[in-house]
Design a protein around this ligand. Sequence first.
Ligand code: NAD
Ligand code: UD1
Length: 338
Amino acid sequence: MSRVLLTGGTGYIGSHTAVSLLESGHEVVVVDNLVNSKIDSIREVEKLMNAKVPTYIGDVQDEQLMNRIFTEQHIDVVIHFAGLKAVGESVHKPLEYYQNNFDSTLVLIRTMLAHQVNNIVFSSSATVYDPANDPERVEGMPVGNCSCPYGWTKFMIEQIIRDCCHAYPQLNAVMLRYFNPVGAHPSGVIGENPLGIPNNLMPYIQQVAVGKLDHLNIFGNDYPTPDGTCVRDYIHVCDLADAHALACDYLLKHEGCCQEINIGSGHGVSVMELVTAFEKANNMKLAYQFAPRREGDLPIFFANADKARELLGFKTRRSVEDMCRDAYRYQQKQSGKE
Ligand code: NAD
Ligand code: UD1
């Protein structure tokens, strides 16, 4: 089995991926500067899996540190999660977003090549697709016209990786375009608990459910969708984590690859359907009201999941009810701690 370095590994998706990798027999090493996470998540993973995860606290932009990690650890694959990810914040702080997300990627690829580490999985996003596309996003569709600097960093880092694969044929890359990751590990010990008022739907619902927020505002009920609310492709974070373990296996078996792959369920779910599923899964009522549309929201988009199935053998296993139950369990545990 292989040893996998997770940049940004103490974060939401990174910590769940650590579990998935350990479950499938890989070893895990983490580097994170804790700008948006706590070391506790990796400690919880270690307890859960009864495993040791060497963790370096530091910035991926620090070339000396990255050289040290590649010298001390025999790394086979890198999964590059580290990055700033808040859509709204990126509009107000473009320099921070471009510097952090670009420089960390450039330093990472440079040090990987210097140490003959040739396999990289990159955390991309469905946000790279041109909004003018058909709602069912297929990998070959046009990308660009991103709505914010965060989206442009994903768009441009994909291009940087494609250019590097072309220039350095030994480099193998898989760029996973995530749709909407939600939920938490069923143990309830790791999950997503953003600082301040959440921007994204599921964390907001979780906080309404535990009484931390008063009610959910549903942004728009007059969209051209069956119930008037926006439709997205939600994916359980543990399914998303499993996709990373499969991507590592794929990279180790395919030299000279450079692939963009959607990771979603392939099914659209409306805001109203998610609210109803949350109520049913947790046997409760959620307070909500309809509010004006949020600027920049598209009525509907979801993944075409064929390529992930064909190349990685990936298929989602958890239902929307699982997402809702696990998200609530995690939030309840968190509010017990607060
Ligand atoms: P997260 O913020 O929980 O995790 C990112 C981690 O990277 C954090 O722990 C942060 O401390 C760390 N980090 C940031 N810059 C760093 C740097 N320069 N050096 C070291 N560590 C650094 O976010 P997440 O939800 O787990 O997302 C992981 C990746 O997936 C990100 O690249 C994000 O853009 C991408 N992504 C996330 C979503 C989503 O909905 N969560 C959707 C699409 C893509
Ligand atoms: C958002 C980002 C996207 C990012 C993704 C990460 C925007 C425009 N897009 O996607 O770039 O990759 O998060 O998961 O920010 N909603 C409500 N009430 C709320 C919050 C959300 O009704 O309080 C609705 C939104 O209008 C949307 C749906 O819920 O229709 C999902 O929203 P969200 O979770 O923010 O994800 P996206 O907008 O799809």
